[in-house]
Design a protein around this ligand. Structure first.
Ligand code: PEP
Length: 247
């Protein structure tokens, strides 16, 4: 089973009209590996600007969305609205959403289900904290987060799992290739047991957490690492090098 390598750039709450124009211009001129699927994710207010200006072989993702279609949910954005703007992807369950905004496993499962029903493709983030890793609870936590999603969806064909150990996000402390591979393999086995062997073989599992131009190519060699979700480095010219790490 060949899984197309996928690299996402999560800009988080960063950027301005002008800085994103410069960033996107750099990507548009970049020499990017055509075998890699690339998705960039600016803040909501810049989605339309980025979608209209980015080259057509790069897709755009929202960083979140709600699990309702419309209504009295001040401050929220419906997946239908993302679709309406021509956005193809959404990142859900990012650890910052889980930690800072207290999104529960079940809420994230509901968001994934609604986003898929709307026709969006989903990067579903899972990952353990340092405390959980040190207590040998990595797979317990990751499997619990996956199960909350599996409970609400049947079809994983538009889902990419992003394994993002919380201790590696924005810390400069990247997982070693062995650490990443170990968890990615466990996720694939979990999918095989709990969803289906076909889903396990076909589902892409991205690694996220302090990926940069220096460590990407080593991580990309691991058998079950099918891509990266990149935060800080996606705002820098080195993002092009990361996108080409599999070449
Ligand atoms: C992220 O926010 O998804 C992420 C992986 O961040 P960073 O690359 O900065 O660690």
């Amino acid at each position: 089973m060949t899984r197309k390598f996928i690299v996402g750039g999560n800009f988080k709450m960063n950027g301005s009209v002008s800085s994103l124009n410069t960033l996107i211009e750099g990507l548009n001129q970049g020499d990017l590996d055509s075998n890699v699927e690339i998705v960039v994710s600016p803040p909501f207010v810049y989605l339309d600007q980025v979608r209209k200006s980015v080259r057509k072989d790069i897709a755009v993702a929202g960083q979140n969305c709600y699990h309702k279609t419309s209504g009295a949910y001040t401050g929220e954005v419906a997946p239908e609205m993302l679709k309406d703007l021509g956005i193809e992807w959404v990142i859900l369950g990012h650890s910052e959403r889980r930690e800072i905004f207290k999104e529960s496993d079940d809420e994230i499962g509901a968001k994934v289900a609604h986003a898929l029903k709307t026709g969006l493709k989903v990067m579903a983030c899972v990952g353990e904290s340092l405390e959980e890793r040190e207590a040998n609870k990595t797979t317990e936590v990751v499997f619990r987060q996956l199960a909350a999603i599996a409970k609400q969806i049947n079809d994983w064909s538009d889902v990419v799992v992003a394994y993002e150990p919380v201790w590696a996000i924005g810390t400069g402390k990247v997982a070693t290739p062995d650490q990443a591979q170990e968890v990615h393999k466990a996720i694939r086995e979990w999918l095989s047991t709990n969803v289906s062997a076909e889903t396990a073989a076909a589902t892409r599992i991205m690694y996220g957490g302090s990926v940069n131009a220096g460590n990407a190519s080593t991580l990309a060699k691991e058998e079950d690492v099918d891509g990266f979700l990149v935060g800080g480095a996606s705002l820098k010219p080195e993002f092009v090098t990361i996108c080409n790490a599999k070449a």
